[in-house]
Design a protein around this ligand. Structure first.
Ligand code: S3P
Length: 433
């Protein structure tokens, strides 16, 4: 628990044009794949967050030279698939589930042993979902009781390709299996219960590794070569989400969010907010580094409650804390179902958001896989983000439209995904300190 607390006070219209920091999912993958590539890669728009910097440190620990000529830029001197050196100490993934789970796939195929550790939150997160399929490929990974980190990964195993139908819709699990598949004998095929973000597949393809993929499935063969390249990282939709909800809720707002990644597997929130009555214009759609990006123009609009369609859930899995705030400020009832995964994120996001919103006087009922939220006016008060970056930023949005200031405890982890959030938010019209 950090002692960094914020106070977010009601404010006037949000205005201006901003670019939020680079995409976290893509930044992790960029470091990893560039490290395993042959040659020197350049990453532009890299997220200078604690999570992604921890991933860069992990590869530096394994002998990969990574230069940072300017902020948000990295030059990665790839060592090839078989060029990593044994780390001399446990690798600390910090708060990053993506960092740890994707690394598991890579490390399971190395000739050396390794240990992965994380912070308090990451040390509670389920890893059996990754250990299961990797073990079937021939990996040997020990976890602490309950299947949680620290993890010991035994090297020197020969991996074989598998054909696996995953039980959870998780891009992290899919990616770990595909990364292990790079080293495996034969073909690795992954099928998902619902399509998830396809950044690993896209970036592997861009760096010259043939991947056969379509929504919900991916296949590749082991034993090829990754070629270094130029990787451009779009602005993170999940970071933009707080501003999208904020500008929608505060009367008189008009905010432009530049160069936001709008990959279909990430933008379920746009569809949900549209059903609720939001006014979000997607303009200037173009390609950046093989990803669709756009400038989003968000204008205030009154919202009504909805039943969030279950098929939207995987495409907005990181946006529920923000959606809960939108629902709390909407007219009528919003019902979320099919989102049990929220309970095993950086925090139990259903419990943390319900707990906080209730403190502000919102009527909200938790269910095992979602919540029923009665929208309307709500008060200021004291809430606890439980060290969860997305909950902290969502409560900051709540403070804009509450009747009084919202004091938010335990906000330091916002630096994992959104360094500079407070300054940027205040620049658009938040009153956050
Ligand atoms: C991510 C996948 C999602 C998401 C996380 C980032 C990724 O997790 O919640 O923030 O980069 O692959 P799951 O794979 O656990 O759904």
């Amino acid at each position: 628990m950090s002692d960094l607390a914020w106070t977010s006070a009601p404010s006037g219209p949000l205005r201006g044009e901003i670019r939020v920091p680079g995409d976290k999912s893509i930044s992790h993958r960029a470091i990893m794949l560039a490290a395993l590539a042959e040659g020197t890669s350049q990453i532009r728009g890299f997220l200078e967050g604690e999570d992604t910097r921890a991933t860069a440190r992990a590869f530096a620990q394994m002998g990969v030279r990574i230069d940072a000529p300017h902020p948000s830029e990295r030059v990665v001197h790839g060592v090839g698939l078989h060029g990593l050196a044994a780390p001399q100490a446990p690798i600390d993934c910090g708060n990053a589930g993506t960092g740890m789970r994707l690394l598991m796939g890579i490390l399971a195929a190395q000739p050396f042993d390794s240990t992965l550790v994380g912070d308090e939150s990451l040390s509670r997160r389920p890893m059996r979902r990754v250990i299961g399929p990797l073990s079937r490929m021939g990996a040997s990974i020990d976890a602490r009781e309950g299947g949680v980190p620290p993890l010991t990964i035994h090297g020197g195993r020969r991996l074989r390709g598998i054909d696996v139908a995953l039980e959870v819709a998780s891009a992290q699990v899919k990616s770990a299996v595909l990364l292990a598949g790079l080293y495996a004998e034969g073909e690795t095929r992954v099928r998902e219960p619902h399509p998830t973000r396809d950044y690993t597949e896209r970036m592997l393809s861009a760096l010259g590794w043939q991947v056969d993929y379509s929504p919900g499935r991916a296949a590749l063969a082991g034993g090829r070569v990754l070629r270094a390249g130029q990787i451009a990282v779009p602005a993170d939709f999940s970071s933009a989400a707080f501003f999208i909800v904020a500008a929608t809720l505060v009367p008189g707002s008009e905010l432009v969010l530049r160069e936001v990644g709008i990959n279909e597997r990430r933008t379920g929130l746009l569809k949900a907010l549209e059903l609720m009555g939001a006014n979000i214009e997607t303009t200037n759609t173009r390609e950046l580094g093989g990803e669709l990006v756009a400038d989003l123009v968000v204008r205030h609009a009154p919202l009504r409650g909805i039943d969030v369609p279950v098929e939207f859930v995987p495409d907005m899995i990181d946006e529920f804390p923000a959606l809960f705030v939108a629902a709390a400020a909407a007219r009528g009832t919003t019902c979320v179902r099919g989102a049990a995964e929220l309970r095993v994120k950086e925090s139990d996001r259903i419990a943390v958001m319900a707990g906080g919103l209730r403190r502000l006087g919102v009527r909200i009922e938790e269910t095992p896989d979602g919540a029923v939220i009665e929208g309307g006016a709500f008060a200021g008060g004291e809430v606890d983000s439980a060290g969860d970056h997305r909950c902290a930023m969502s409560f900051a949005v709540a403070g804009l439209v509450a009747a009084g200031a919202v004091r938010i405890a335990d906000c330091a982890n916002v630096a994992t995904s959104f360094p500079g959030f407070v300054e940027l938010a205040n620049r658009t019209g938040f009153s956050l300190a």
